[in-house]
Design a protein around this ligand. Structure first.
Ligand code: AMP
Ligand code: MG
Length: 378
């Protein structure tokens, strides 16, 4: 099992891991006392996770330990890649998706069990706007492919027929490790939160190997642990938020306390027809590509939640994103509309850093009170 669902990033460092951190810290102190030699402070490498190149930076650890800790990640990443692939027959998600057609029951491992439960929770808290059961619709749009759709018109009649069958995580029944899919219109796709969940796991794993300061950047979605500088000076990591149109940096934030910054945007993957870009983010209510928000960014200590919320807020649109943010439990949000105008919650606005030449106008949007639990639930 890769995950343990307890800490803010799912894994409480196990006793042995805590001990490792302590021993490493003691050794560091001893070494500092014995020698003037400073250990190299930065180790950088690149890994391939879920089809994306991922930059991993580790600071304040000697190169050998950093290398060993990163090497340890690759088997886990591969396992998650296979188990959660949405369209290739590589693992457990494919098995469940097959069972949605055959009605058979599939037995899954702990990682997929945790992901399924999270997908159910996110669907409930987002009032159904985050829907990891929408894989068949996403496939009809042409996004279940390693290459971008080549402008073919999606089969809207088939999409409408699927949406009418209301595919939902509620159709996935779980008993122990046995999973039964009750709706043939369901096909699971963890694309909206799987990367966040995988990076939560990766940071916990690094922490268990004695790493205190790490940053993982997966194509602009960033999960962090510790600080940029040594823990005693406490300098935070600085992270750029992508500009949805120019690929430059829209704004930066300093992150600390193990925060993650996730952005969803219609510029990442899209199906272009007649000059119009149809985003890979789909509104489960009508099966259509979302339009009014071109990018949404969420900061939270839980990467899976930041990832899922960024996707859900893109679906929510300009009117409803504040309520969905409140109900999903995220208070640091920025969205950008089609004209490029920026909106931010007060908690996010207070953190945005701009270069001296760029001072965009930002509408500050306080979040409403979260809906009572009963209004959000089942
Ligand atoms: P992200 O870049 O995190 O916003 O994830 C986008 C991916 O999430 C898409 O490529 C789909 O695989 C999946 N997706 C699209 N629409 C939804 C939705 N409404 N709810 C959950 N996942 C979605
Ligand atoms: Mg997402």
């Amino acid at each position: 099992m890769l995950f343990d669902a307890k800490s803010k990033r799912h894994v409480q460092p196990k006793k042995s891991a805590r001990k490792t951190v302590l021993v490493t810290a003691m050794c560091a102190l001893l070494l500092a006392g014995c020698s003037d030699e400073q250990p190299p402070t930065e180790y950088k490498t690149t890994a391939y996770v879920f089809g994306t190149l991922v930059d991993i930076t580790i600071r304040g650890t000697d190169t050998q330990s950093a290398e060993a800790a990163v090497a340890d990640l690759s088997a886990g990443f591969q396992e998650l890649h296979n188990d959660w692939h949405a369209w290739k027959p590589l693992g457990e998600l494919a098995a469940i998706n097959g069972a949605c057609k055959s009605g058979e029951t599939v037995t899954v491992g702990d990682n997929t069990l945790i992901a399924l439960q999270k997908a159910k929770d996110f669907e409930i808290s987002s009032h159904g706007l985050f829907n990891a059961a929408l894989g068949r619709v996403i496939g009809l749009w042409g996004f279940h492919s390693d290459t971008l759709p080549k402008g073919e018109k999606p089969p809207f009649d088939q999409i409408d027929a699927l949406v009418a069958q209301s595919p939902s995580m509620a159709d996935i029944r779980i008993t122990g490790h046995d999973v039964t899919c009750m709706n043939p219109a369901v096909s699971l796709d963890f694309g909206g939160f799987g990367k966040g969940l995988a990076l939560d796991w990766a940071l916990d794993r690094l922490q268990s190997k004695g790493i205190a300061n790490a940053l993982i950047n997966a194509g602009g979605d960033v999960s962090s642990m510790g600080h940029y500088a040594e823990a005693d000076t406490g300098r935070p990591w600085r992270i750029g938020i992508r500009h949805p149109k120019t690929w430059g940096v829209l704004a930066s934030v300093d992150v600390d306390h193990d925060e993650a910054v996730y952005t969803s945007g219609n510029y990442e993957r899209y199906n272009e027809q007649d000059g119009i870009r149809y985003s890979h983010i789909i509104d489960p209510r009508n099966g259509r590509a979302v339009q009014s928000i071109v990018s949404s960014t969420v900061i939270h200590t839980n990467s899976a939640l930041a990832d899922a919320a960024a996707t859900a807020l893109s679906v929510a649109g300009l009117r409803d994103w504040p309520q969905i943010a409140a109900d999903m439990g995220v208070s640091q949000v920025m969205v950008v509309d089609e004209t490029g105008h920026m909106y931010a919650t007060p908690d996010m606005r207070a953190r945005l850093i701009f270069g001296s030449e760029t001072k965009p106008e930002i509408t500050v949007v306080p979040l409403p009170t979260a809906s009572p639990k009963s209004a959000v639930a089942q």
